[in-house]
Design a protein around this ligand. Structure first.
Ligand code: GLU
Length: 449
């Protein structure tokens, strides 16, 4: 069960429930933030008076549109796409596009809402937004993906711009999709507007280290949490859920910092490799061949594949949920704690259920919520925008160094805010309050908009 809300905040939450029926993930994301904002209203009564929280909970603009496209056989399909432009107090709307059959307005709104605070935490000038479609890219040919992306951009382009709204990738949207989306934007607008999308290819305006950034950033954040306890990742056993872009680069950085990742997964099952996951194999299976993770056990005979297995039953020191929302529930959290896990950092957005979060917090292990721990991806997108605006390209090492500094700063500000508000080590409270205050101050300064 989620914690109770402060009496000033409960009516605001009831209003969100009433105004957004059926959007369970959005309700969950709002509740999780409101749970921590009580003390902020005591310290800053003007935010309550000016209804800043109510305004933040209502997106500035929500776009829903039809995406018709034809498959390779000529059959017509109709998908629905969304772009929720949530908050532009700190900069242009910024956030990824997700292509997954589970996408509906409630998912995009939860992601967009989280993105506001995450982006504020980076300290970079980006507002919060998110988009996506219920399109299922699994098993589709490159041509089908291209036609879908072109059709989607034929509507979406009018809402975008480097100073307006800047999408990027998320689940189901990587370099290939960003290429097709950018090509169509360029064609329709007749503008080579590099800063309109991030996650671009390195030959045409993309930033080095963007692909790696979310996973690397999550591990940098984990390292900082452990450092604050006088510990480090060196020699630790790690479990990473997922095997997509975030998981792959979390595994890579964990290995570079001396840890051993012994398990990863996809929606079909889990791979346990006690010798340490061989990342080249995972990259080939997932990034090149686009196959299921079960193929790993065909190459590495000593590894175990468990169909429909639960990755959180694999004992570890550090758990990195890098797959999707609500993938780690209360009973999983209990299992991790019982097995001696000392740190959890979220590479995915909202992967832990409210009950799971509560269990981690009661157990006093280091728990880094997604909006802090996975902010490295969008932070590096903002660095891509910086390079595009100055028509420059930075080296990998320089960009990675900037990413590391940003993650260290995010950790520091969450840690310090938690201390200031009498909740030492509570990174959920630290992240929510730090992000909220930045956005609230900017909104307040700009008047009633
Ligand atoms: N989808 C990513 C996230 O959840 C990245 C967004 C971006 O780079 O704009 O933060």
């Amino acid at each position: 069960m989620a914690a109770r809300l402060d009496e000033k905040l409960e009516p605001i939450f009831q209003d969100v429930l009433h105004r957004n029926p059926g959007e369970a993930e959005f309700h969950q994301a709002v509740h999780e933030v409101l749970e921590t904002l009580g003390p902020v209203l005591v310290k800053y009564p003007e935010f309550a008076e000016k209804k800043i929280i109510q305004r933040i909970c209502e997106p500035e603009r929500q776009i829903i549109f039809r995406v018709p496209w034809q498959d390779d056989k000529g059959e017509i399909h109709i998908n629905r796409a969304f772009r929720v432009e949530f908050n532009s107090a700190l900069g242009p709307y910024k956030g990824g596009m997700r292509f997954h059959p589970s996408v509906y307005l409630g998912i995009i709104k939860f992601l967009g809402f989280e993105q506001i605070f995450k982006n504020a935490l980076t300290g970079l000038p980006i507002g919060g937004g998110k988009g996506g479609s219920d399109f299922n890219p699994k098993g589709r040919s490159d041509d089908e993906i291209m036609r879908f992306c072109q059709s989607l951009m034929t509507e979406l382009y009018r809402h975008l711009g480097e100073y307006t709204d800047v999408p990027a990738g998320d689940i189901g949207v990587g370099g290939r999709e960003i290429g097709y989306l950018f090509g169509q934007y360029k064609r329709i607008t007749n503008r080579y507007e590099s800063g309109v999308l991030t996650g671009k290819g390195l030959d045409w305006g993309g930033s080095r280290a963007r692909t790696e950034a979310t996973g690397y950033g999550t591990v940098f954040f984990t390292q900082e949490m452990l450092k604050a306890k006088g510990d480090s990742l060196d020699g630790k056993t790690v479990v990473v859920s997922g095997s997509g872009n975030v998981a792959i680069y979390a595994i890579e950085k964990a290995h570079q910092l001396g840890a051993k990742v012994i398990a990863c997964s996809d929606s079909g099952g889990i791979i346990v490799d006690e010798k340490g996951i061989d990342l080249d194999t995972v990259k080939r299976i997932k990034e090149v061949e686009r196959r299921r993770i079960s193929a790993y056990a065909d190459v590495h005979k000593h590894a175990r594949y468990v169909e429909d297995g639960n990755i959180w039953t694999v004992p570890c020191d550090v758990a990195l949920p890098c797959a999707t929302q609500n993938e780690l529930n209360g009973s999983d959290a209990r299992t991790l704690v019982e097995n001696g896990c000392i740190a959890v950092a979220e590479g995915a957005n909202m992967p832990t259920t409210p009950e799971g979060v509560q269990i981690f917090q009661e157990a006093k292990l280091c728990y880094g919520p997604g909006k802090a721990a996975n902010a490295g991806g969008v932070a590096t997108s903002a660095l891509e925008m910086q390079q595009n605006a100055s028509r420059d390209t930075w080296s990998f090492d320089y960009t990675e160094k900037r990413l590391e500094e940003i993650m260290i700063n995010i950790h520091k500000s969450c840690y310090e805010t938690a201390g200031e508000f009498d909740a030492p080590d509570n990174y959920v409270l630290g992240a929510n309050i730090t992000g909220f205050i930045k956005v609230a101050r900017a909104m307040d300064a700009m008047g009633l908009i």
